[in-house]
Design a protein around this ligand. Structure first.
Ligand code: GLA
Length: 388
């Protein structure tokens, strides 16, 4: 039974009818450009062929009744659109509630609904299952309400839901990719202008994700610390260079190098990662355009070094996964993807070597760590849509 069939049968079991609409929203893998989005910089994600699905039918009252079939015990949440507060216990429910709240704050007229969630996206792997749930929720709520916002606005509302309801001050990348992803293309997103350019990946290579299965412990705390450090770096660099910078995006590498020694060590390192990472995104975009997979992979490897040394966002398991991946034939580049401190790596692998890569990486990682990883090829896929 496919996940879609399972979803429909669960809906029928719970509500005794077929759903009126089904929405889907994909997870994402960021190829390069990490921790740059909240610095108004550049990222290069693909939306992937793993997704969150929500089946629903409208109700005649203002209640949202929703069951999460992929969470142990299939927890259920009910709330009124007239009084949306954070759920005291269920984190997943806050993504749903937060999005409904943001849509209404943006003057959407919504209807209550009966709904069921299912997912083919691993959670906690750094593949943005939370952004996928947010964007999927927005897509299904909009199917029964109005107006229908464009993808960029939807991504912004979903980001706000995550920032406000869940308290992780995430940037725009994940929601943007979930809303606007394209089949067979990566998006080069300008996170200040919120515009993108779609590029094809170099020919003959496949993107492989390897989840370390080691989840981050304190969700958001390291992340929020990094965000604050970047803001402090902007303030200090503005003083030192006597220019009113808005974000690290505005600082040139040569200006930075001239005063870097005057910054506290941690702030200097964080800023250097962001500035060099923005340059790597530009270089990777050019490599993709001229079909240079080897250079693309090299830039991914450099990004990993910078994330480890300057941004301190790696972990022992991520380092192990990256080191083992790079030993395999046909691996052109390997780095952590998403926030880091756990979660998954993204690997660029020659097509012909993908099966042996996956098998060897999974086996070697498990024998070193005792943890069975999840290793899988992914395909660049379209952003959120209604499927029915
Ligand atoms: C998380 C956030 C994104 C982005 C990445 C790091 O995935 O949700 O906004 O900041 O970390 O690049």
């Amino acid at each position: 039974m496919s996940k879609l069939e399972f979803l429909v049968s669960e809906f029928q079991r719970l509500y005794g009818a077929r759903p009126e609409h089904i929405a889907r929203a994909p997870g994402r893998v960021n190829l390069i450009g990490e921790h740059t989005d909240y610095n108004d910089g550049f990222v290069m994600p693909i939306a992937i062929d793993r997704e969150v699905l929500i089946a629903a039918r409208p109700r005649h009252d203002r209640l949202v009744c929703i069951t999460a079939t992929d969470i142990a015990g299939s927890p259920h949440d009910e709330f009124s659109l007239d009084a949306i507060k954070p759920h005291p216990q269920y984190r997943w429910a806050n993504y749903v509630r937060g999005v409904a709240d943001q849509l209404q704050q943006a003057r959407s007229v919504l209807r209550g609904m009966d709904a069921v969630i299912a997912s083919t996206l691993p959670t906690g792997a750094g593949l943005s299952s939370s952004a996928a749930l947010e964007v999927c929720t927005a897509t299904i709520l909009q199917a029964f309400g109005e107006p229908r916002f464009d993808g960029v606005t939807l991504a912004q509302l979903c980001q706000r839901a995550e920032n406000d309801f869940v308290g992780v001050k995430s940037g725009i990348m994940d929601q943007y990719a979930a809303a606007l992803g394209q089949a067979d293309k990566a998006l080069i997103v300008d996170c200040r202008a919120l515009t993108y350019q779609a590029v094809s990946l170099p020919r003959g290579v496949t993107v492989v994700v390897a989840d370390t299965r080691k989840k981050r412990q304190l969700v958001g705390s390291d992340y929020n610390t990094r965000r604050a450090e970047c803001q402090d770096a902007v303030a200090l660099l503005s003083q030192l260079l006597d220019k009113p910078f808005q974000a690290l995006r505005d600082v040139s590498l040569s200006d930075f190098n001239g005063v870097a020694a005057q910054l506290p060590e941690n702030l200097g390192k964080r800023a250097r990662h962001v500035l060099t990472e923005n340059e790597r995104v530009e270089q990777a975009a050019r490599a993709a355009q001229r079909d240079d997979a080897v250079e693309f992979g090299r830039l991914m490897n450099e990004s990993q070094t910078s994330l480890r040394e300057d941004y301190a966002a790696s972990s022992p398991e991520l380092e192990m996964m990256v080191a083992l991946a790079r030993q395999q034939t046909g691996c052109l580049g390997s780095r952590l993807t998403g926030a880091g401190w756990g979660g998954a790596t993204v690997n660029l692998v020659r097509e012909a070597n993908v099966p042996s890569f996956i098998q060897a990486l999974a086996q070697q990682y498990q024998s070193r760590t005792g943890i069975a990883p999840w290793v899988s090829p992914v395909r660049a896929s379209p952003g959120a849509t209604l499927v029915k």
